[in-house]
Design a protein around this ligand. Structure first.
Ligand code: GYE
Length: 300
């Protein structure tokens, strides 16, 4: 499934499009599914010569990969920035090298003008808003602890802004980052259970941190989903399973499977076609009415 564009009709030259893809890491189930989707779509059969580099959640690794892509003379650079700021220099270098950039998943905050052609990803602020609305309707008096994703990442900044605006700062008893990983989510929750014994609802910026938090709650004798409600974002299979098991209460989806859209976008960028400044990947939300069959049918 190539997204239906056919060959790259207006593409300069022949042969595959050389693409450098800088993935930010492998920190979560979401990320693993996203990487699989990217690799399944950006293939030789689909006309792509892909160089894929995993930065292990380190910005300096990503900057190095981007500079390597310039040196290799790739046709298009695609990247998912671990945090929003700190890219000005390298983005200017890419621009000077006249290599078009497709921004994937997370966003950048840069002074470089027209640093990228197009961005494709989810509306993180809307995800936070959806989570906040569910809390406001179902647990209006909740004392909320918020597990933040990687600080300074688009997904953290915007989910937090969307959620906090809806529930109100006065309802949030504490916050800490779990860096979007299960292990750090667990550690942050262990500390939070000590620091904020009155909390009765967790908003976690992704499923993995929430799954780590469940372990911390159970070790402390608390029932996740009952003593402490859990609202999460992503909707990876383990997260949806936690809904069926009544340990998570609500999950706002963030769909990682958009490799075909990235492929389609890269082909259009290479062919010099006009593109929208942004393409939003569609999300839904799930509560405990989800069935085991639906969870089992989940592809990731
Ligand atoms: O929610 C989280 C991952 O940027 C949308 O990154 C992505 C987020 C996703 O680590 O699980």
């Amino acid at each position: 499934e190539t997204g239906g564009t056919g060959g790259q009709s207006a593409a300069p030259g022949s042969g595959p499009i050389k693409v450098g893809f800088s993935q930010l890491g492998a920190e979560s189930g979401w990320r693993t599914a996203n990487t699989e989707s990217v690799k399944a779509s950006l293939t030789a059969e689909n006309g792509i010569d892909l160089t894929f580099v995993d930065a292990q959640q380190k910005q300096e690794n990503q900057i190095k990969a981007l500079r390597d892509f310039i040196d290799q003379g790739v046709d298009v650079i695609a990247f998912s920035p671990v945090v929003e700021t700190g890219w000005d220099e390298v983005l200017q270098e890419i621009k000077d090298a006249e290599i078009p950039v497709v921004l994937v998943d997370r966003t950048v905050d840069t002074t470089v003008v027209d640093a990228y052609v197009t961005w494709i990803g989810a509306d993180f602020e809307a995800e936070g808003t959806t989570a906040g609305e569910w809390v406001t309707v179902n647990y209006p008096d909740a004392k909320i602890f918020e597990l933040q994703g990687t600080l300074g990442s688009g997904a953290q900044v915007d989910r937090e802004a969307g959620f906090d605006t809806i529930v109100g700062q006065q309802n949030i008893v504490g916050k800490a980052s779990g860096n979007f990983t299960r292990a750090e989510g667990k550690a942050a929750m262990e500390a939070a259970l000590q620091a904020y014994p009155d909390m009765d609802l967790l908003f976690t910026h992704n499923d993995d941190m929430g799954l780590g938090a469940i372990e911390a709650m159970e070790a402390a004798g608390k029932k996740p989903g009952e003593d402490i409600q859990i609202v999460s974002v992503d909707g990876v299979r383990d997260g949806l399973q936690a809904l069926v098991d009544k340990k998570f209460n609500y999950v706002v989806e963030c769909n990682p499977v958009f490799g075909d859209q990235i492929l389609d976008t890269i082909k259009k960028v290479y062919a010099g076609e006009q593109l929208p400044r942004e393409t939003i990947v569609f999300d839904q939300a799930f509560d405990q009415t989800i069935t085991q069959a639906e969870v089992d049918a989940r592809a990731y």
